[in-house]
Ligand binder design. Structure first.
Ligand SMILES: *Cc1c(COP(=O)(O)O)cnc(C)c1O
Length: 393
């Protein structure tokens, strides 16, 4: 099928929920994708932080295909060796106690929200179910995670939304305190707001938040769906903030390209969700578990993490030197680029034409390259970006 046929088919048969770039990608290797016409693209997106090891990494392909040939799926009515191994690995690597496996970021956050509400209800009664999130956050697309998302544009059309969320200003402890009352059971935050424009929270604020939550027995829950799995230079971003949330969620990069989500909690919370109170058909699916085991075995080592930080620093320095760039922000290989002409959308579109895949978040360019990208590939992508920024009105 050529591109125009694909485009036609999409328009005819798919709900028009996505604004797409006019390209159909059909294969890839490492940090290079190829389209229907055989044109190559340097990839600064990893499919929005999903393909941690790039396209079709040899070890990842082997792990997935080996599991597909052995056992692709079983019901959660039965035990699975790969699933329990993944749970064990996640806990061992993070020091957390228990995990619930699901299929996406939104689902991981749904689990966190259910866990917080049940914990609080059992301990304090029904009136303590409210959750505070931050303005400009993003937590998912289900009705409840939309309600958790602190952006008014997401609170349209789908009424009634789930009750019990309020939104505090980021980096403002007084604002958080004014949102918290005796009905509050948890705080849910991203440490680097991704969709909101690649905005890292201030460390002092996060640490104060953590103390404040502990004093009140309010659960601190960190949404690491985008920041997790070594993206920011540590396996999970909270390590760099020197805090230990009660609950954190993971998804995007965890499976390296297959759908998976995880919600982890401390020992104290490990049995809050008990038999029959939560579940999913696909969660912890053997293929997804095998994929995640391979990803974790590759990205969690000291040396690899050091390389992620070095590549992040390299990208940041090169981006800052591009004429027309006014600010670069983020952590590790999760970077946002503010442009002088404030034309990130146009630049991202032109980059595709010139062979570079790059994301935007609000009005900034957003880079989430595969963690395994080479320096040569980074240089190629940066050269395209520099040319496009210079030529874009
Ligand atoms: C992408 C994202 C989500 C939603 O994940 P899905 O897999 O699309 O449901 C939630 N939180 C954050 C921080 C994200 O970046």
């Amino acid at each position: 099928m050529d591109f125009s046929e694909i485009q036609q088919q999409e328009a005819q048969h798919m709900m028009p929920t996505y604004g797409r770039f006019p390209v159909a990608l059909t294969s890839g290797k490492g940090a290079v994708a190829m389209d229907t016409e055989g044109k190559e693209y340097i990839d600064f997106t990893s499919g929005i932080g999903v393909n941690s090891l790039g396209y079709c990494d040899d070890g990842w392909v082997q792990a997935v295909s080996r599991q597909a040939a052995r056992l692709q799926h079983i019901s959660n009515l039965y035990y699975s060796d790969v699933q329990t191994e993944l749970a064990g690995r996640l806990c061992e690597l993070t020091g957390y106690s228990k995990v619930f496996l699901c299929n996406s970021g939104a689902e991981a956050n749904e689990c966190a929200i259910k866990l917080a509400r049940k914990y609080s209800e059992e301990k304090y009664g029904q009136q303590r179910s409210n959750i505070v999130t931050l303005k400009n956050s993003f937590h998912g697309r289900t009705i409840t995670t939309l309600a958790a998302t602190g952006q008014e544009v997401f609170h349209q059309y789908f009424f009634p939304f789930t009750q019990g969320f309020s939104y505090a200003e980021a980096n403002n402890l007084d604002s958080v305190k004014s949102c918290v009352d005796e009905h509050t059971c948890a705080l849910l935050i991203e440490l680097v707001q991704g969709e909101g424009g690649v905005l890292p929270l201030e460390k002092g604020f996060v640490q104060q938040l953590s103390l404040f939550c502990k004093e009140r027995d309010i659960l601190l829950m960190v949404d690491e769906v985008q920041t997790g799995v070594s993206r920011t230079g540590s396996l999970y971003c909270f390590e760099q903030y020197d805090i230990r949330p009660d609950v954190f969620t993971s998804a995007k990069g965890l499976g390296g390209g297959v759908p998976i989500g995880a919600c982890l909690c401390t020992e104290e919370l490990g049995n809050v969700l008990s038999q029959g109170q939560h579940g999913t058909t696909f969660g912890g699916n053997p293929i997804a578990s095998a994929a995640a085991l391979e990803v974790l075995s590759r990205v969690s080592g000291k040396e690899f993490l050091q390389q992620v930080r070095e590549k992040g620093d390299y990208l940041r320095a090169k981006l800052e030197a591009i004429p027309g760039v006014t600010q670069v922000r983020g952590l590790g290989m999760m970077l946002g680029v503010q442009l002088e002409k404030d034309n990130a959308k146009e630049v991202a579109g032109a980059c595709v034409q010139h062979g570079l895949l790059i994301l935007t978040a609000k009005n900034v360019l957003r880079l989430l390259p595969p963690l395994t990208i080479s320096y040569e590939e980074m240089d190629k992508g940066l050269a395209i970006l520099q040319k496009v920024i210079a030529n874009c009105k």
